[in-house]
Design a protein around this ligand. Structure first.
Ligand SMILES: Cc1cc2nc3c(=O)[nH]c(=O)nc-3n(C[C@H](O)[C@H](O)[C@H](O)COP(=O)(O)O)c2cc1C
Length: 190
């Protein structure tokens, strides 16, 4: 089963994922390639078969491109489900040294949000999307200077009559995001 990629977004992790993860943590120093042999039940084997391809995909990536709308001040449940499944013990740190295998990985997160959250806005401080992703990826070992967060704000200004006065802001924000993404896409794949 290992290597089979489930279609669609990953589902939430289940008891087999947690049990296998706890076993790997308890043993310590487990190589990723040895995890499958540690599964003791069909449920654990099934959970690992869903998890391992996602880990390998991220480990092999030069650049991870993430597109995420803001949902209720944070990331959508589908993105969180991917993050929860991906973040298996020992997935991104070398056993023994604990060094991150993502220290050369670049992450570009392109975020859209219906409102605006910058300094001076009434919702400044309500953004749990960008800071969450920053904390998550730096904690995994992605260097700060290889983590790029691009935001397009006030995306619903064209829909909601009370926000119509912010349509200029929204257009500028979208254009700035496009410029930032273009520049990241053409800066020579550092
Ligand atoms: C379920 C749901 C929750 C949302 N929650 C927020 C929110 O908390 N704050 C916000 O600014 N926009 C929120 N929005 C608006 C989206 O972030 C916005 O429409 C975004 O542009 C959607 O991304 P897309 O344009 O890439 O589809 C929400 C939209 C949906 C559907």
């Amino acid at each position: 089963m290992a290597g089979v990629r489930a279609p669609g977004p990953p589902g939430p992790v289940g008891p087999g994922y947690a049990a296998l993860g706890r076993r790997v943590e308890r043993l310590g120093g487990v190589q990723l390639g040895d995890v499958a042999a540690l599964a003791e039940t069909d449920d654990e084997a099934r959970e690992w078969a869903l998890t391992e391809p996602l880990i390998n995909e991220v480990r092999a990536a030069h650049t991870l491109l993430i597109g995420s709308p803001m949902y209720n001040f944070s990331v959508p449940a589908t993105l969180k489900a991917w993050i929860d499944r991906l973040t298996f013990p020992a997935a991104f740190h070398a056993p023994g040294t604990g060094a991150s295998v993502l220290d050369g990985t670049r992450v570009v997160a392109v975020l859209s949000r219906g409102g605006a959250y910058g300094p001076g806005t009434p919702r400044n401080g309500h953004d749990f999307q960008a800071p969450y992703l920053r904390t998550y990826f730096t904690n995994l070992g992605v260097p700060e200077d290889r983590l790029h967060i691009v935001k397009a704000e006030m995306t619903i200004a064209g829909l909601v009559p009370e926000l119509a006065r912010f349509q200029g802001f929204a257009a500028d924000s979208l254009e700035a995001a496009r410029t930032a993404v273009r520049s990241l896409a053409t800066d020579g794949f550092r």
